[in-house]
Design a protein. Sequence first.
Lengths: 262, 76
Amino acid sequence: MAAEGSGIDPMHQFLVEPMFGHKLMMHGYDISFTNSSLFMFVTAAVLWLFMLGGMQRKLVPGRWQAAVEGMTGFISNMMQTNVGPEGKKFVPYIFSLFMFLLFANLIGLFPLGIVPGVHPFTVTSHISLTAILAFFSFGIVLVVGFWRHGLHFFSLFVPHGTPLPIAIFVTPIELMSFLVRPFSLGLRLFVAMTAGHILLDVFASFVVQGLNAGPGIGWVVSFFSFLMIVGVSALELLVAAIQAYVFALLTSLYLNDAVNLH
Amino acid sequence: MDVTSAKMIGAGLAAIGVGMAALGVGNVFGSFLQGALRNPGAADGQQGRLFIGFAAAELLGLIAFVVAILILFVVK
């Protein structure tokens, strides 16, 4: 619709399609095995292999074990700084979250499209996945907060030492900013990945259209668009890692609120 | 002006917000670097806060992008 007539459809790559060509319906619900499900399985399998290769428990770690230990050490260190000694309990959850998102982002960027018939798909470019993970995090924060502090958890919304006239205004704002957390958490990752993939797709179609335009200005456009793809791909690798880190970091900060109440 | 043209202009205006967020993100990293070069010893301990500031600044630009996409593809 937006790119009518130009032949570019950068949104097509986000289409969720059933694999093997036909839908599977059950009681009126579509439960087909889609390309999204396939890439979630691929992500989980790659992550499983990565962890399996690294969990050797050797006294002197090899390269692979050092890589895995670097990752676990990074996350447990982050929890130690942000939540304190209580944070050790949540390291498995944050670690799974971070590694899954990191691998999903990177596999989405993997140039699988050069193999004929294979269509790469980024599972994190759909809010259905990121929002579920964000609601998991938010649910854990609520459960931990009410479990540990009971109704005293609501004191989170009144900053310590606020005078009453100001607290009347501050409390609704704090409440709103607390309630909007899962949405902003899921939206950030989903939009960052979607925007990056649209950008890559647009420049890639510039390359093809420039080459089709024949020698001259078209090839110049193609050349510079190709340079842009290389640059943007490097940026996207950075964004993939940063967004996974930011998701894990913000979840750990929200857990800190639930565990330590400011 | 017909509705399609108005939508295109609206989406373009919404995209300004993405550039504004770029100013914010640049400011976050620039200020961090200024502080970090003055006291490199304390820089590593503040990386978490750096990324919190980055996330907060970036989110608003991403919301501007969502608004542009919604105007283009969803609003009838």
